[in-house]
Design a protein around this ligand. Sequence first.
Ligand code: C2O
Ligand code: CU
Length: 471
Amino acid sequence: MRLSRRHFLAGSAAFGAAAAGVHAQPAGKELVPAPARAAIVPGQRETDVWAFNGMVPGPVLRFRQGERARIDVTNRLAQETTVHWHGLRLPNAMDGVPHLTQPPIPPGGRFLYEFDLPDAGTFWYHPHASSSEQVERGLAGAFIVEEREPPEVDRDVVWLLDDWRLTQEAAVAGEFGNMMDASHAGRLGNTVTINGRVPERFAVQAGERLRLRLINAANARVFGLAFGDLAPTVVTLDGQPLEPHPPPAGRVVLGPGMRADLILDIAAPTGATLPVTDTFYARGRYKLVDMAVEGTRRVSPLTQPVRLAANPLSVPDLSAAERIVIELGGGMMDPRLMRAVRERSGQPDPEMIRQFRERMAAGQVWTLNGQSVTQHQHAPLLTLRRGRSYVFAMNNDTAWHHPMHLHGMTFRVLSRNGQAVPHGEWRDTTLLDPGERVEIGFVADNPGDWMFHCHVLEHQEAGMMGTIRVT
Ligand code: C2O
Ligand code: CU
């Protein structure tokens, strides 16, 4: 039964059907990454993509908190892959990092992922092999773990945000991970999608309460979403509940890999248009989508409080925590090079320039504590003692944004530039602005070798990663 099912899925007939819009989600959880076609830009020809189960994004995998997930992955790509379950706390062998936690899944090969789900929240999945190409071509999907007692809302909606670099013919442009992208902001695209499609409008109803789960699956684009008069309430960040609050400065900022759950009460009459704009890049503002109010859901809106129950995370003991400084370095306009030039009254230091060129030529653009790591398997950056509390004091000594992601453990965001972070923020990915200092705290409670890297995928592959060993 299972075997014939798999054969059916792998057959070209199934992918033909998927391309025609018949999206049969497999019974049980099976993921088959394979080439497919997708209608990304309305009115334009379809795009050749790589997709899970023929869908871009992949199917929304939904589970209940406390359940055990079992996901059978069969690789129908022409290259190796893995699946990483971003933000989930799971055993190291299930983390999906090629060469580090498992051998890569070869073309035609299969891997069974199986793990418990202690935490509710909005997570996502994507390959961790040649990510700058595989994720860009469309391999990503939402992974939702429902609370035992979910808050009452009228609709639970996932927006997986992505950003594509397409040619005139709506094909995915090549040159993944090129040095130009890698040494600057990463691969920024020219086409932004919600759930794999350039959005035309999003229909809502007057009076309805939405839970909007935002996921940034872009390689490099940071989103800064402003909802105008809609006054959203942030209830989780990276899947972890925190004190409900309006987004700071009126916009929800999501670096690559990051998530936010919003509660949105549609307090506007039928016929109203509510634009959602992305204002993150000062010179690149655009309207993401119009919410169009069509009809009335309810006259007296839901008003229950939306504070969600915390997940069973280990709380770091900050008084006993060991403090470790992590310096982020490298990239174009490297502040260290600039400082060196200034100190030599405007004269560049030939030795520094030589080293810089050499590193660039080797694809080692970025560093963590001076090390540039471009392969998943390497000597650990740090070794931590299981059960101990740690503070990572990260210092972004570069001219660029870096969303830093830790696998396997969820951390508390303690401070930014010395200022305490409000609302009790827990995360697996935190965005550092150029020059910013961010302190995070966590308990090293999950044994194994865990990736710690920038989630701008081009930065990751050009050196901004390391392994954190917990023994
Ligand atoms: Cu979302 Cu190391 O990954
Ligand atoms: Cu980065």
